[in-house]
Design a protein around this ligand. Sequence first.
Ligand code: FAD
Length: 514
Amino acid sequence: HSYFLHLFLIVALGSVVTTHVSNPVVPSPLRPLLHLQGNLSFDDAPLAAKDFGNIYQLLPAAVLYPASVSDVVSTVQHVFQLGPRSKLTVAARGHGHSLQGQAQTDGGIVVRMEALGGGTRVVHQQHGGQPYADASGGELWINVLVECLKHGLAPKSWTDYLHLTVGGTLSNAGISGQAFRHGPQISNVYQLEIVTGKGEVMNCSEEENSELFHAARGGLGQFGIITRAQIALEPAPEMVRWIRVLYSDFTSFTEDQEMLISAKETFDYIEGFVITNRTGLINNWRSSFNPRDPVRASQFDSDGKILFCLEMTKNFNQHEAESMDQQVEQHLSKLRYLPSTLFQSEVSYLEFLDRVHASEVKLRSKGLWDVPHPWLNLFIPRARIKDFAREVFGKILRDSSSRGPILLYPLNRSKWDNRTSAVIPDEEIFYLVALLSSAPSHGSLEEALKQNRKILDFCNKEGIKMKQYLPYYTTQEEWRGHYGDRWEMFAHRKGIYDPLSILAPGQRIFHKAV
Ligand code: FAD
Protein backbone atom coordinates (compact mmCIF):
# COMPACT_ATOMS: atom_id res chain seq x y z
CA HIS A 1 0.00 0.00 0.00
CA SER A 2 2.69 2.50 0.99
CA TYR A 3 4.64 1.68 -2.16
CA PHE A 4 1.74 2.70 -4.35
CA LEU A 5 1.12 5.72 -2.22
CA HIS A 6 4.73 6.71 -2.57
CA LEU A 7 4.65 6.26 -6.31
CA PHE A 8 1.44 8.22 -6.54
CA LEU A 9 2.82 11.07 -4.47
CA ILE A 10 5.96 11.29 -6.56
CA VAL A 11 3.81 11.46 -9.68
CA ALA A 12 1.35 13.90 -8.12
CA LEU A 13 3.92 16.23 -6.70
CA GLY A 14 6.25 16.05 -9.68
CA SER A 15 9.01 18.57 -9.39
CA VAL A 16 8.28 19.66 -5.83
CA VAL A 17 10.00 16.52 -4.47
CA THR A 18 13.52 17.90 -4.50
CA THR A 19 15.16 16.84 -1.23
CA HIS A 20 16.05 13.36 -0.14
CA VAL A 21 13.01 11.50 1.12
CA SER A 22 13.97 9.48 4.18
CA ASN A 23 10.37 8.62 5.05
CA PRO A 24 9.25 6.75 1.94
CA VAL A 25 5.59 7.66 2.33
CA VAL A 26 5.42 11.41 2.82
CA PRO A 27 7.28 13.64 0.40
CA SER A 28 9.37 16.34 2.00
CA PRO A 29 7.20 19.35 1.09
CA LEU A 30 4.35 17.83 3.04
CA ARG A 31 6.29 16.54 6.01
CA PRO A 32 6.04 19.67 8.19
CA LEU A 33 2.27 19.27 8.03
CA LEU A 34 2.46 15.95 9.88
CA HIS A 35 3.00 17.91 13.09
CA LEU A 36 -0.30 19.72 12.95
CA GLN A 37 -3.01 19.09 15.52
CA GLY A 38 -5.34 17.81 12.81
CA ASN A 39 -4.88 14.87 10.51
CA LEU A 40 -3.18 14.76 7.11
CA SER A 41 -4.66 11.91 5.12
CA PHE A 42 -3.34 10.36 1.95
CA ASP A 43 -5.97 7.68 1.72
CA ASP A 44 -8.81 10.16 1.24
CA ALA A 45 -7.33 11.80 -1.87
CA PRO A 46 -9.73 9.99 -4.25
CA LEU A 47 -12.72 11.19 -2.23
CA ALA A 48 -11.50 14.78 -2.36
CA ALA A 49 -11.26 14.45 -6.14
CA LYS A 50 -15.05 14.20 -6.39
CA ASP A 51 -17.76 16.80 -6.27
CA PHE A 52 -21.49 17.09 -6.85
CA GLY A 53 -20.96 17.89 -10.53
CA ASN A 54 -19.30 14.50 -10.94
CA ILE A 55 -17.66 15.53 -14.20
CA TYR A 56 -14.12 16.56 -13.19
CA GLN A 57 -11.73 14.68 -10.95
CA LEU A 58 -8.38 16.11 -9.91
CA LEU A 59 -6.38 14.04 -7.44
CA PRO A 60 -4.80 15.99 -4.57
CA ALA A 61 -1.55 14.93 -2.90
CA ALA A 62 -3.11 14.98 0.54
CA VAL A 63 -6.21 15.94 2.46
CA LEU A 64 -5.95 18.00 5.63
CA TYR A 65 -8.56 17.66 8.36
CA PRO A 66 -7.74 20.80 10.35
CA ALA A 67 -8.35 20.68 14.09
CA SER A 68 -8.13 24.46 14.40
CA VAL A 69 -7.68 27.68 12.47
CA SER A 70 -3.99 27.53 13.32
CA ASP A 71 -3.73 24.29 11.31
CA VAL A 72 -5.12 26.16 8.30
CA VAL A 73 -2.69 29.02 8.95
CA SER A 74 0.32 26.68 9.26
CA THR A 75 -0.62 24.88 6.05
CA VAL A 76 -1.04 27.99 3.93
CA GLN A 77 2.02 29.63 5.49
CA HIS A 78 4.06 26.57 4.74
CA VAL A 79 2.98 26.44 1.12
CA PHE A 80 3.55 30.19 0.82
CA GLN A 81 7.07 29.83 2.17
CA LEU A 82 7.87 27.11 -0.36
CA GLY A 83 7.59 29.94 -2.87
CA PRO A 84 6.59 30.09 -6.51
CA ARG A 85 8.80 27.18 -7.52
CA SER A 86 6.64 24.68 -5.66
CA LYS A 87 3.56 23.46 -7.48
CA LEU A 88 1.64 22.94 -4.27
CA THR A 89 -1.71 24.68 -4.03
CA VAL A 90 -4.43 24.67 -1.37
CA ALA A 91 -8.12 24.08 -2.02
CA ALA A 92 -10.60 24.66 0.77
CA ARG A 93 -13.36 22.13 0.39
CA GLY A 94 -16.71 22.89 1.98
CA HIS A 95 -19.32 20.22 1.30
CA GLY A 96 -17.87 19.56 -2.16
CA HIS A 97 -21.05 20.68 -3.91
CA SER A 98 -19.21 22.44 -6.68
CA LEU A 99 -20.04 21.44 -10.22
CA GLN A 100 -16.78 21.57 -12.19
CA GLY A 101 -13.96 20.82 -9.75
CA GLN A 102 -13.87 24.26 -8.13
CA ALA A 103 -12.96 22.75 -4.73
CA GLN A 104 -10.32 20.42 -6.18
CA THR A 105 -6.57 20.70 -6.68
CA ASP A 106 -4.30 18.74 -8.95
CA GLY A 107 -1.55 17.45 -6.66
CA GLY A 108 -2.11 20.03 -3.93
CA ILE A 109 -3.66 19.97 -0.47
CA VAL A 110 -7.40 19.83 0.03
CA VAL A 111 -8.53 21.34 3.35
CA ARG A 112 -11.70 19.69 4.61
CA MET A 113 -13.39 22.71 6.17
CA GLU A 114 -16.10 20.65 7.81
CA ALA A 115 -13.44 19.17 10.13
CA LEU A 116 -12.57 22.60 11.47
CA GLY A 117 -15.30 22.49 14.09
CA GLY A 118 -16.16 25.51 16.16
CA GLY A 119 -19.85 25.18 15.38
CA THR A 120 -22.28 28.05 15.62
CA ARG A 121 -22.69 30.48 18.50
CA VAL A 122 -25.68 32.79 18.64
CA VAL A 123 -24.85 36.27 19.88
CA HIS A 124 -27.68 38.45 21.17
CA GLN A 125 -26.24 41.90 20.79
CA GLN A 126 -26.75 44.17 23.73
CA HIS A 127 -27.59 47.88 23.47
CA GLY A 128 -30.04 47.60 20.60
CA GLY A 129 -27.63 45.92 18.16
CA GLN A 130 -28.70 43.11 15.86
CA PRO A 131 -28.31 39.45 16.81
CA TYR A 132 -25.93 37.38 14.73
CA ALA A 133 -24.65 33.83 14.39
CA ASP A 134 -20.92 33.37 14.72
CA ALA A 135 -20.38 30.24 12.60
CA SER A 136 -17.43 28.21 11.46
CA GLY A 137 -16.61 28.55 7.75
CA GLY A 138 -16.97 24.78 7.44
CA GLU A 139 -20.36 24.63 9.12
CA LEU A 140 -23.32 23.38 7.11
CA TRP A 141 -26.17 25.88 6.86
CA ILE A 142 -28.60 23.27 8.20
CA ASN A 143 -26.58 23.20 11.44
CA VAL A 144 -26.50 26.99 11.60
CA LEU A 145 -30.29 27.01 11.25
CA VAL A 146 -30.92 24.33 13.89
CA GLU A 147 -28.72 26.16 16.39
CA CYS A 148 -30.34 29.54 15.71
CA LEU A 149 -33.85 28.11 16.01
CA LYS A 150 -33.06 27.15 19.61
CA HIS A 151 -32.91 30.89 20.23
CA GLY A 152 -36.02 31.69 18.18
CA LEU A 153 -33.82 33.21 15.47
CA ALA A 154 -32.76 32.36 11.92
CA PRO A 155 -30.50 33.76 9.18
CA LYS A 156 -32.35 36.08 6.78
CA SER A 157 -31.08 34.95 3.42
CA TRP A 158 -30.83 31.37 2.21
CA THR A 159 -29.97 28.91 -0.50
CA ASP A 160 -32.60 26.37 -1.58
CA TYR A 161 -30.50 23.56 -0.18
CA LEU A 162 -28.88 23.66 3.26
CA HIS A 163 -26.27 20.94 3.06
CA LEU A 164 -23.73 23.46 1.82
CA THR A 165 -21.11 25.19 3.96
CA VAL A 166 -21.05 28.79 5.10
CA GLY A 167 -17.66 29.39 3.42
CA GLY A 168 -18.78 27.65 0.21
CA THR A 169 -21.91 29.72 -0.40
CA LEU A 170 -20.34 33.00 0.74
CA SER A 171 -17.62 32.41 -1.85
CA ASN A 172 -20.36 32.51 -4.52
CA ALA A 173 -23.30 34.66 -3.34
CA GLY A 174 -25.92 32.40 -1.77
CA ILE A 175 -29.31 33.04 -3.34
CA SER A 176 -32.86 31.84 -2.91
CA GLY A 177 -36.38 33.25 -2.79
CA GLN A 178 -35.55 35.60 0.09
CA ALA A 179 -32.84 37.45 -1.87
CA PHE A 180 -35.27 39.95 -3.45
CA ARG A 181 -35.94 41.22 0.04
CA HIS A 182 -32.69 40.77 1.99
CA GLY A 183 -30.16 40.46 -0.79
CA PRO A 184 -27.96 37.39 -1.25
CA GLN A 185 -26.19 35.76 1.70
CA ILE A 186 -23.11 37.89 0.98
CA SER A 187 -25.22 40.97 1.77
CA ASN A 188 -26.07 39.46 5.16
CA VAL A 189 -22.72 38.98 6.87
CA TYR A 190 -21.20 41.43 9.33
CA GLN A 191 -17.71 40.08 9.70
CA LEU A 192 -15.44 37.35 8.37
CA GLU A 193 -12.34 35.70 9.76
CA ILE A 194 -10.07 34.81 6.87
CA VAL A 195 -6.75 33.06 6.36
CA THR A 196 -5.18 34.80 3.37
CA GLY A 197 -2.94 33.22 0.74
CA LYS A 198 0.06 34.38 2.76
CA GLY A 199 -1.18 32.49 5.80
CA GLU A 200 -2.22 35.55 7.83
CA VAL A 201 -5.43 35.46 9.86
CA MET A 202 -7.45 38.62 9.35
CA ASN A 203 -10.78 39.77 10.70
CA CYS A 204 -12.60 41.87 8.18
CA SER A 205 -15.83 43.83 7.99
CA GLU A 206 -17.17 47.12 6.59
CA GLU A 207 -14.96 48.94 9.10
CA GLU A 208 -11.91 46.73 9.45
CA ASN A 209 -9.84 45.45 6.49
CA SER A 210 -12.80 46.32 4.30
CA GLU A 211 -10.95 45.60 1.04
CA LEU A 212 -10.60 41.94 2.04
CA PHE A 213 -14.20 41.83 3.29
CA HIS A 214 -15.47 42.98 -0.09
CA ALA A 215 -13.04 40.81 -2.06
CA ALA A 216 -13.87 37.58 -0.23
CA ARG A 217 -17.65 37.90 -0.52
CA GLY A 218 -18.45 36.18 -3.81
CA GLY A 219 -14.68 35.86 -4.27
CA LEU A 220 -14.66 32.22 -5.43
CA GLY A 221 -12.16 31.41 -2.67
CA GLN A 222 -9.46 33.50 -4.39
CA PHE A 223 -8.47 35.77 -1.52
CA GLY A 224 -8.51 33.62 1.56
CA ILE A 225 -10.08 30.75 3.41
CA ILE A 226 -13.14 31.85 5.38
CA THR A 227 -12.78 30.26 8.81
CA ARG A 228 -15.59 32.12 10.60
CA ALA A 229 -18.53 34.32 9.62
CA GLN A 230 -20.92 36.56 11.53
CA ILE A 231 -24.31 36.06 9.92
CA ALA A 232 -27.27 38.44 10.23
CA LEU A 233 -30.30 36.97 12.03
CA GLU A 234 -33.97 37.82 12.42
CA PRO A 235 -36.75 36.35 14.57
CA ALA A 236 -37.69 32.95 13.13
CA PRO A 237 -41.34 32.34 12.25
CA GLU A 238 -42.87 29.10 13.51
CA MET A 239 -44.62 28.23 10.28
CA VAL A 240 -44.89 29.08 6.62
CA ARG A 241 -47.81 28.98 4.24
CA TRP A 242 -46.25 27.42 1.15
CA ILE A 243 -47.97 28.21 -2.13
CA ARG A 244 -47.59 27.27 -5.76
CA VAL A 245 -49.71 28.46 -8.69
CA LEU A 246 -49.38 27.77 -12.41
CA TYR A 247 -49.28 29.98 -15.51
CA SER A 248 -49.36 29.10 -19.17
CA ASP A 249 -48.37 32.59 -20.25
CA PHE A 250 -44.75 33.58 -19.65
CA THR A 251 -45.44 37.30 -19.71
CA SER A 252 -48.10 37.14 -16.99
CA PHE A 253 -45.85 34.87 -14.97
CA THR A 254 -42.83 37.18 -15.01
CA GLU A 255 -44.91 40.35 -14.67
CA ASP A 256 -46.52 38.89 -11.56
CA GLN A 257 -43.13 37.87 -10.18
CA GLU A 258 -41.78 41.37 -10.77
CA MET A 259 -44.86 42.97 -9.25
CA LEU A 260 -44.48 40.80 -6.14
CA ILE A 261 -40.79 41.51 -5.60
CA SER A 262 -41.40 45.25 -5.96
CA ALA A 263 -44.53 45.47 -3.79
CA LYS A 264 -44.28 46.85 -0.29
CA GLU A 265 -46.65 44.27 1.17
CA THR A 266 -45.68 40.93 -0.29
CA PHE A 267 -44.62 37.34 0.31
CA ASP A 268 -41.49 36.40 2.28
CA TYR A 269 -40.08 34.12 -0.38
CA ILE A 270 -40.62 34.28 -4.15
CA GLU A 271 -39.26 31.85 -6.73
CA GLY A 272 -40.55 30.11 -9.81
CA PHE A 273 -39.84 27.25 -12.14
CA VAL A 274 -40.51 26.00 -15.61
CA ILE A 275 -42.43 22.77 -16.20
CA THR A 276 -41.55 21.28 -19.56
CA ASN A 277 -42.85 17.70 -19.58
CA ARG A 278 -44.07 16.74 -22.98
CA THR A 279 -46.13 13.60 -22.76
CA GLY A 280 -49.49 12.66 -21.36
CA LEU A 281 -52.81 14.39 -21.08
CA ILE A 282 -53.98 17.06 -18.78
CA ASN A 283 -56.88 14.83 -17.71
CA ASN A 284 -59.54 17.25 -16.65
CA TRP A 285 -57.26 18.86 -14.15
CA ARG A 286 -59.29 22.01 -14.20
CA SER A 287 -62.31 20.43 -12.66
CA SER A 288 -60.86 17.64 -10.56
CA PHE A 289 -57.57 19.03 -9.41
CA ASN A 290 -57.44 21.03 -6.25
CA PRO A 291 -54.77 19.51 -4.04
CA ARG A 292 -53.36 21.05 -0.89
CA ASP A 293 -49.87 19.79 -1.49
CA PRO A 294 -47.67 22.43 -3.19
CA VAL A 295 -45.15 19.82 -4.28
CA ARG A 296 -47.73 18.33 -6.62
CA ALA A 297 -47.66 21.44 -8.75
CA SER A 298 -44.21 20.42 -9.96
CA GLN A 299 -45.55 17.02 -11.03
CA PHE A 300 -48.25 18.60 -13.06
CA ASP A 301 -48.62 17.03 -16.44
CA SER A 302 -48.64 19.88 -18.91
CA ASP A 303 -49.42 17.80 -21.99
CA GLY A 304 -46.75 19.21 -24.21
CA LYS A 305 -47.26 22.76 -23.12
CA ILE A 306 -44.75 24.65 -21.10
CA LEU A 307 -46.14 25.79 -17.78
CA PHE A 308 -44.63 28.20 -15.30
CA CYS A 309 -44.96 27.68 -11.59
CA LEU A 310 -44.81 30.61 -9.22
CA GLU A 311 -43.75 29.61 -5.71
CA MET A 312 -44.24 31.78 -2.63
CA THR A 313 -44.35 31.58 1.11
CA LYS A 314 -45.74 33.68 3.90
CA ASN A 315 -44.16 33.33 7.32
CA PHE A 316 -46.38 33.28 10.41
CA ASN A 317 -46.66 32.30 14.03
CA GLN A 318 -49.61 30.14 15.13
CA HIS A 319 -51.44 32.98 16.82
CA GLU A 320 -51.26 35.10 13.65
CA ALA A 321 -52.81 32.47 11.37
CA GLU A 322 -55.94 34.45 10.68
CA SER A 323 -54.28 37.68 9.64
CA MET A 324 -51.74 35.71 7.58
CA ASP A 325 -54.66 34.11 5.78
CA GLN A 326 -56.10 37.49 4.88
CA GLN A 327 -52.75 38.81 3.69
CA VAL A 328 -52.23 35.75 1.49
CA GLU A 329 -55.71 36.16 0.02
CA GLN A 330 -54.96 39.77 -0.72
CA HIS A 331 -51.60 39.11 -2.40
CA LEU A 332 -53.04 36.21 -4.41
CA SER A 333 -55.95 38.31 -5.62
CA LYS A 334 -53.53 40.46 -7.62
CA LEU A 335 -52.10 37.51 -9.55
CA ARG A 336 -53.13 36.14 -12.91
CA TYR A 337 -52.43 32.42 -12.52
CA LEU A 338 -54.61 29.73 -14.08
CA PRO A 339 -57.75 29.44 -11.99
CA SER A 340 -57.90 26.31 -9.84
CA THR A 341 -54.16 25.73 -9.91
CA LEU A 342 -53.64 26.95 -6.38
CA PHE A 343 -51.60 24.46 -4.37
CA GLN A 344 -50.88 25.26 -0.77
CA SER A 345 -49.97 23.82 2.58
CA GLU A 346 -48.55 24.83 5.94
CA VAL A 347 -45.26 23.46 7.17
CA SER A 348 -42.77 24.38 9.89
CA TYR A 349 -40.10 26.91 8.97
CA LEU A 350 -37.44 24.23 9.30
CA GLU A 351 -39.31 21.83 7.04
CA PHE A 352 -39.71 24.50 4.39
CA LEU A 353 -36.09 25.66 4.41
CA ASP A 354 -34.79 22.08 4.37
CA ARG A 355 -37.22 21.01 1.60
CA VAL A 356 -34.63 20.01 -1.00
CA HIS A 357 -33.13 17.52 1.42
CA ALA A 358 -36.32 15.47 1.14
CA SER A 359 -35.73 15.25 -2.64
CA GLU A 360 -32.12 14.28 -2.00
CA VAL A 361 -33.22 11.35 0.16
CA LYS A 362 -35.60 10.17 -2.57
CA LEU A 363 -33.02 10.53 -5.36
CA ARG A 364 -30.36 8.76 -3.28
CA SER A 365 -32.66 5.81 -2.72
CA LYS A 366 -32.94 5.44 -6.50
CA GLY A 367 -29.22 5.89 -7.10
CA LEU A 368 -29.90 9.18 -8.88
CA TRP A 369 -28.03 11.60 -6.58
CA ASP A 370 -24.42 10.72 -7.33
CA VAL A 371 -24.75 11.10 -11.10
CA PRO A 372 -23.09 13.81 -13.23
CA HIS A 373 -24.76 17.22 -12.92
CA PRO A 374 -24.05 19.43 -15.94
CA TRP A 375 -25.80 22.42 -14.38
CA LEU A 376 -25.97 25.84 -15.97
CA ASN A 377 -26.86 28.88 -13.85
CA LEU A 378 -27.35 32.21 -15.58
CA PHE A 379 -28.33 35.71 -14.56
CA ILE A 380 -30.35 37.15 -17.45
CA PRO A 381 -31.16 40.88 -17.59
CA ARG A 382 -34.87 41.59 -17.40
CA ALA A 383 -34.88 43.38 -20.76
CA ARG A 384 -33.98 40.12 -22.55
CA ILE A 385 -35.74 37.47 -20.47
CA LYS A 386 -38.56 37.04 -23.00
CA ASP A 387 -36.13 36.59 -25.90
CA PHE A 388 -34.25 34.09 -23.79
CA ALA A 389 -37.40 32.16 -22.83
CA ARG A 390 -38.72 32.07 -26.38
CA GLU A 391 -35.57 30.49 -27.77
CA VAL A 392 -34.47 28.35 -24.82
CA PHE A 393 -37.77 26.97 -23.56
CA GLY A 394 -39.56 27.17 -26.89
CA LYS A 395 -36.80 25.71 -29.08
CA ILE A 396 -33.54 24.52 -27.52
CA LEU A 397 -35.16 22.55 -24.70
CA ARG A 398 -37.82 21.13 -26.97
CA ASP A 399 -35.15 19.68 -29.23
CA SER A 400 -33.21 18.19 -26.33
CA SER A 401 -33.91 15.17 -24.16
CA SER A 402 -31.98 16.63 -21.24
CA ARG A 403 -33.89 16.65 -17.97
CA GLY A 404 -33.91 18.37 -14.63
CA PRO A 405 -35.64 21.18 -12.78
CA ILE A 406 -35.43 24.69 -14.22
CA LEU A 407 -35.67 27.56 -11.76
CA LEU A 408 -36.56 31.05 -12.91
CA TYR A 409 -37.02 34.00 -10.58
CA PRO A 410 -36.20 37.69 -10.44
CA LEU A 411 -33.60 39.38 -8.24
CA ASN A 412 -32.94 43.06 -7.69
CA ARG A 413 -29.53 44.62 -8.08
CA SER A 414 -30.07 47.22 -5.38
CA LYS A 415 -29.98 44.47 -2.73
CA TRP A 416 -26.48 43.46 -3.82
CA ASP A 417 -23.43 45.26 -2.51
CA ASN A 418 -21.51 46.32 -5.63
CA ARG A 419 -18.20 46.38 -3.73
CA THR A 420 -18.15 42.56 -3.45
CA SER A 421 -16.56 40.25 -6.03
CA ALA A 422 -19.91 38.85 -7.18
CA VAL A 423 -20.80 39.66 -10.78
CA ILE A 424 -24.39 40.39 -11.85
CA PRO A 425 -25.99 42.00 -14.92
CA ASP A 426 -26.06 45.74 -15.20
CA GLU A 427 -29.82 46.14 -14.77
CA GLU A 428 -31.96 46.62 -11.65
CA ILE A 429 -34.01 43.47 -12.23
CA PHE A 430 -32.40 40.31 -13.51
CA TYR A 431 -33.47 36.68 -13.49
CA LEU A 432 -31.78 33.61 -12.18
CA VAL A 433 -32.31 30.85 -14.70
CA ALA A 434 -30.97 27.60 -13.26
CA LEU A 435 -30.97 24.55 -15.53
CA LEU A 436 -30.34 21.76 -13.05
CA SER A 437 -29.77 18.79 -15.35
CA SER A 438 -29.00 15.29 -14.13
CA ALA A 439 -27.15 12.96 -16.46
CA PRO A 440 -27.35 9.32 -15.38
CA SER A 441 -25.78 8.06 -18.63
CA HIS A 442 -22.90 9.10 -20.84
CA GLY A 443 -25.35 9.96 -23.62
CA SER A 444 -27.42 12.19 -21.37
CA LEU A 445 -24.29 14.01 -20.21
CA GLU A 446 -23.29 14.72 -23.80
CA GLU A 447 -26.82 15.85 -24.54
CA ALA A 448 -26.96 18.22 -21.57
CA LEU A 449 -23.55 19.70 -22.34
CA LYS A 450 -24.64 20.25 -25.93
CA GLN A 451 -27.79 21.96 -24.72
CA ASN A 452 -25.77 24.22 -22.39
CA ARG A 453 -23.43 25.17 -25.24
CA LYS A 454 -26.39 26.04 -27.47
CA ILE A 455 -27.84 28.27 -24.77
CA LEU A 456 -24.54 30.09 -24.21
CA ASP A 457 -24.01 30.46 -27.98
CA PHE A 458 -27.49 31.86 -28.34
CA CYS A 459 -26.86 34.46 -25.60
CA ASN A 460 -23.57 35.46 -27.23
CA LYS A 461 -25.02 35.66 -30.71
CA GLU A 462 -28.01 37.71 -29.61
CA GLY A 463 -25.94 40.00 -27.42
CA ILE A 464 -27.79 39.03 -24.23
CA LYS A 465 -25.56 40.43 -21.53
CA MET A 466 -25.95 37.53 -19.13
CA LYS A 467 -23.58 36.58 -16.33
CA GLN A 468 -22.92 33.04 -15.21
CA TYR A 469 -23.68 32.28 -11.56
CA LEU A 470 -21.31 29.64 -10.10
CA PRO A 471 -19.24 30.60 -13.15
CA TYR A 472 -17.23 28.06 -15.06
CA TYR A 473 -14.55 29.29 -17.46
CA THR A 474 -11.25 27.77 -18.41
CA THR A 475 -9.21 30.63 -19.85
CA GLN A 476 -8.17 33.94 -18.33
CA GLU A 477 -9.59 35.70 -21.36
CA GLU A 478 -13.04 34.31 -20.54
CA TRP A 479 -12.63 35.33 -16.91
CA ARG A 480 -11.71 38.85 -17.99
CA GLY A 481 -14.92 38.91 -20.02
CA HIS A 482 -16.88 37.69 -17.01
CA TYR A 483 -15.54 40.42 -14.74
CA GLY A 484 -15.55 43.10 -17.42
CA ASP A 485 -14.37 46.43 -16.05
CA ARG A 486 -14.07 44.87 -12.59
CA TRP A 487 -11.28 42.54 -13.71
CA GLU A 488 -8.47 44.97 -12.84
CA MET A 489 -9.75 45.31 -9.28
CA PHE A 490 -10.23 41.55 -8.95
CA ALA A 491 -6.67 40.84 -10.15
CA HIS A 492 -5.27 43.65 -8.01
CA ARG A 493 -6.91 42.19 -4.90
CA LYS A 494 -5.56 38.78 -5.81
CA GLY A 495 -2.07 40.25 -5.89
CA ILE A 496 -2.52 41.60 -2.38
CA TYR A 497 -4.11 38.64 -0.63
CA ASP A 498 -2.86 35.60 -2.55
CA PRO A 499 0.16 36.81 -4.54
CA LEU A 500 1.42 33.30 -5.32
CA SER A 501 -2.02 32.05 -6.49
CA ILE A 502 -2.07 29.26 -3.96
CA LEU A 503 -5.79 29.26 -3.16
CA ALA A 504 -8.79 27.67 -4.89
CA PRO A 505 -6.93 26.63 -8.07
CA GLY A 506 -9.99 24.63 -9.17
CA GLN A 507 -11.65 27.88 -10.26
CA ARG A 508 -9.02 28.07 -13.05
CA ILE A 509 -8.74 31.87 -12.85
CA PHE A 510 -5.10 32.28 -11.82
CA HIS A 511 -2.34 29.73 -12.17
CA LYS A 512 0.53 29.31 -9.80
CA ALA A 513 3.73 30.22 -11.59
CA VAL A 514 6.25 27.38 -11.53
P1 FAD B 1 -17.43 23.66 -2.20
O1 FAD B 1 -17.99 23.10 -3.43
O2 FAD B 1 -16.74 22.73 -1.30
O3 FAD B 1 -16.49 24.90 -2.55
C1 FAD B 1 -16.87 25.89 -3.48
C2 FAD B 1 -15.74 26.86 -3.76
O4 FAD B 1 -15.51 27.67 -2.61
C3 FAD B 1 -14.40 26.20 -4.06
O5 FAD B 1 -13.67 27.00 -4.93
C4 FAD B 1 -13.74 26.14 -2.71
O6 FAD B 1 -12.35 26.09 -2.81
C5 FAD B 1 -14.23 27.42 -2.07
N1 FAD B 1 -14.41 27.30 -0.63
C6 FAD B 1 -15.04 26.33 0.07
N2 FAD B 1 -15.02 26.62 1.38
C7 FAD B 1 -14.39 27.80 1.51
C8 FAD B 1 -14.06 28.63 2.60
N3 FAD B 1 -14.39 28.30 3.84
N4 FAD B 1 -13.39 29.77 2.35
C9 FAD B 1 -13.06 30.14 1.11
N5 FAD B 1 -13.33 29.39 0.03
C10 FAD B 1 -14.00 28.24 0.23
N6 FAD B 1 -26.33 28.09 -4.58
C11 FAD B 1 -27.15 29.12 -4.33
O7 FAD B 1 -26.72 30.26 -4.26
N7 FAD B 1 -28.48 28.92 -4.13
C12 FAD B 1 -29.03 27.68 -4.12
O8 FAD B 1 -30.23 27.55 -3.93
C13 FAD B 1 -28.18 26.57 -4.34
N8 FAD B 1 -28.66 25.32 -4.32
C14 FAD B 1 -27.82 24.27 -4.52
C15 FAD B 1 -28.33 22.98 -4.47
C16 FAD B 1 -27.52 21.89 -4.68
C17 FAD B 1 -28.09 20.49 -4.60
C18 FAD B 1 -26.15 22.11 -4.99
C19 FAD B 1 -25.25 20.95 -5.28
C20 FAD B 1 -25.64 23.39 -5.06
C21 FAD B 1 -26.46 24.49 -4.82
N9 FAD B 1 -25.98 25.79 -4.87
C22 FAD B 1 -26.81 26.83 -4.60
C23 FAD B 1 -24.59 26.08 -5.24
C24 FAD B 1 -23.71 26.16 -4.02
O9 FAD B 1 -23.94 27.37 -3.32
C25 FAD B 1 -22.24 26.14 -4.43
O10 FAD B 1 -21.96 25.02 -5.21
C26 FAD B 1 -21.36 26.15 -3.21
O11 FAD B 1 -20.04 26.39 -3.61
C27 FAD B 1 -21.41 24.83 -2.52
O12 FAD B 1 -20.92 24.94 -1.20
P2 FAD B 1 -19.88 23.87 -0.69
O13 FAD B 1 -19.79 24.07 0.77
O14 FAD B 1 -20.20 22.51 -1.14
O15 FAD B 1 -18.57 24.42 -1.39
